[in-house]
Design a protein around this ligand. Structure first.
Ligand code: ATP
Ligand code: MG
Length: 312
């Protein structure tokens, strides 16, 4: 059985003035027990999908189920299987991290004893011990977010929807959250993750999809998405590098004020040799998920060789 299954899911937000189509017939399958990343630019429709799947918003059309429960017709059964960190969630100012977790678990029907031990576990594993009894009012932004994520992860619900869970966290805190997420997944929960941190998605995802403007652009996994680039390696060079020097090494493109040359391992190695002869700085390595994402979903990156068919 699929953890999440969507068929031709449509969402149109209507107000008196205008209507916005956020989802244009999404077909999506998320395998149970996997970590699935849902990627896309701002406004692509990720949060809309998460809200519908987690019973917080009604779709305009199509079907969606969570672990076989129809989200629209039987939301109560679906709700028993899920927990969600909505985008932009805020803590209660006067409650401490410990109180957030404990009361949330009690609210979900967890026994007092179990709630106590799970609260201790998550506070420790999320690195919140030092702040366990501090009112949220006095916590930093990243610690507030960590509290909200801890609260929801402690549910160990069969399907966890995490909409940008690590936003605003420092690199160490993010890694701490990744470890807890991996621990919970290893116990059988499905994790449905949205994130703009592509290193995070690359590190954690077993399955992923990319949406753009309410449509699925890619479904598969990290390796499959990178393979779509049509090159395994890339070299990064300063924008001022003369283009004539780069001819013949691979596909050259602009990326945020630098130059990317996409090629195979041999190609980037010989480019690196040339660069060292010419005294040009270069950094070479495998194509990252972030680069693959920019190529797939970015409209402001462009290839120089117009009309070339390889890659996206
Ligand atoms: N309540 C709403 N009323 C009207 N339009 C909305 C509403 N919520 C979202 N939208 C629109 O729906 C589209 C999808 O928004 P959504 O929040 O799902 O994007 P997202 O992929 O989560 O983006 P982000 O990465 O910025 O969080 C956008 O065009 C947005 O403006
Ligand atoms: Mg969003």
């Amino acid at each position: 059985m699929k953890a999440v299954e969507a068929r031709q899911l449509v969402k149109v937000y209507r107000s008196r003035r205008k209507s916005t189509t956020a989802l244009r017939g999404i077909d999506l399958d998320v395998s149970a027990g996997k970590l699935f990343s849902f990627l896309g630019r701002n406004g692509a429709g990720k949060t809309t999908f998460v809200k519908i799947a987690s019973t917080l918003l009604m779709p305009t059309g199509g079907e969606i189920s969570v672990l076989g429960h129809d989200v629209v017709n039987d939301p109560n059964s679906a709700r028993k299987e899920i927990a969600v960190v909505p985008q932009g969630i805020r803590p209660y100012w006067h409650l401490t991290p410990k109180e957030h977790v404990f009361h949330y678990l009690r609210f979900r029907g967890v026994t007092r004893e179990e709630a106590k031990s799970r609260t201790e576990w998550i506070i420790r594993d999320m690195g919140l011990e030092e702040f366990a009894n501090t009112p949220a009012l006095q916590l930093s932004g990243g610690l507030k977010q960590r509290t909200m994520v801890a609260m929801v992860l402690a549910s160990t619900a069969p399907v966890l929807f995490l909409d940008e869970p690590t936003i605003g966290m420092d690199p160490m805190a993010r890694r701490q959250v990744w470890r807890v997420i991996e621990n919970i997944r290893s116990k059988g929960s499905t994790i449905f993750l949205t994130t703009h941190y592509l290193d995070e998605a690359e590190r954690l995802s077993e399955e992923l999809a990319v949406i753009n403007n309410g449509e699925v652009l890619y479904k598969g996994d990290v390796a499959g998405m990178k393979a779509k680039v049509g090159a395994d390696y890339r070299a990064i060079l300063n924008r001022s590098t003369p283009h004539s020097l780069l001819e013949g090494y691979g596909k050259v493109m602009e990326d945020g004020g630098r130059l990317l040359v996409l090629s195979d391992r041999k190609g980037v190695m010989s480019l690196a040799e040339m660069a060292s002869r010419e005294g040009i700085e270069v950094s070479v390595g495998p194509v990252s998920l972030e680069e693959a994402f920019i190529l797939l979903a970015g409209s402001d990156s462009r290839t120089w060789e117009e009309g070339e068919e390889d890659g996206f």
